[in-house]
Design a protein around this ligand. Structure first.
Ligand code: GRF
Length: 216
């Protein structure tokens, strides 16, 4: 089985990177991480990558006067490592259309809300303020507009009475760790394809029943 060669972009903790590392450890997983790139030297994810024996490189965005130079360096590092696909796993730099177009339909991002609700920062605070009964996470193909792009998969989690941003974030993060490897699998197996502005999934199982919150 030829595995899809993936580069992972991170900026911090790297718990989603860890979920991908763990998924890739399964012999039948259709993707393999060939490089991890961080724009921050203090990203905990760098440690996780090295512990897993992966090539991990820091490319500090501050070393470059312009965004374009930083992105050229990212792009070069990805190509030198043989990456065919890019996963943004908590990567906190905005990418310009130049980079996004170079990796069009070959780059995915995870965002901690049910997009298109609550793009951008402080998603959990905003979800709580809006009083939604469900939030969740989304894996989508990257487009020049931040947190926009064809949606591959979503996980919904209930918002519970008494939640604060921290408890909601933790519940969603646990779902992220399941969703990101699943979405990458669908893409790597060729089952998730961009058609127009949407993603068509071949042979996906979906829940059939509504989930109510509150349920009584
Ligand atoms: C996650 O919540 C992800 O959805 C968002 O940034 C956070 C990164 O967490 N884009 P980690 O670095 O993967 O632990």
């Amino acid at each position: 089985m030829a595995r899809l060669k993936v580069g992972v972009l991170i900026s911090g903790r790297g718990s989603n990177l860890q979920a991908l590392i763990d998924a890739c450890a399964a012999p039948d997983y259709p993707a393999a991480i060939v490089v991890v790139l961080s724009n921050r030297a203090d990203a905990l994810g760098i440690e996780r990558a090295r512990r897993a024996g992966l090539k991990a490189t820091v490319i500090p965005h501050r070393d470059f006067a312009e965004r374009h130079g930083f992105e050229v360096a990212l792009d070069r590092a990805l190509r030198e490592a043989g990456a065919e696909f890019v996963c943004n796993a908590g990567f906190l730099r905005i990418l310009t259309p130049w980079f996004v177009e170079r990796w069009r339909d070959r780059q995915i991002n995870i965002h901690p809300s049910l997009l298109p609700a609550f793009p951008g920062l402080h998603t959990h605070e905003r979800a709580l303020a809006a009083g939604v009964r469900f939030s969740g996470c989304t894996v989508h193909f990257v487009r020049p507009q931040m947190d926009e792009g064809p949606i591959i998969a979503q996980a919904a989690v209930p918002v519970l009475a008494g939640d604060d941003a921290e408890t909601l974030a933790a519940r969603i993060l646990a779902a992220e760790h399941r969703l990101f490897p699943l979405a990458l699998r669908l893409v790597a197996e060729g089952r998730a394809k961009v058609v127009g502005d949407r993603v068509m999934i071949a042979g996906g199982n979906a829940p059939t029943a509504a989930v109510l919150n509150p349920s009584a």
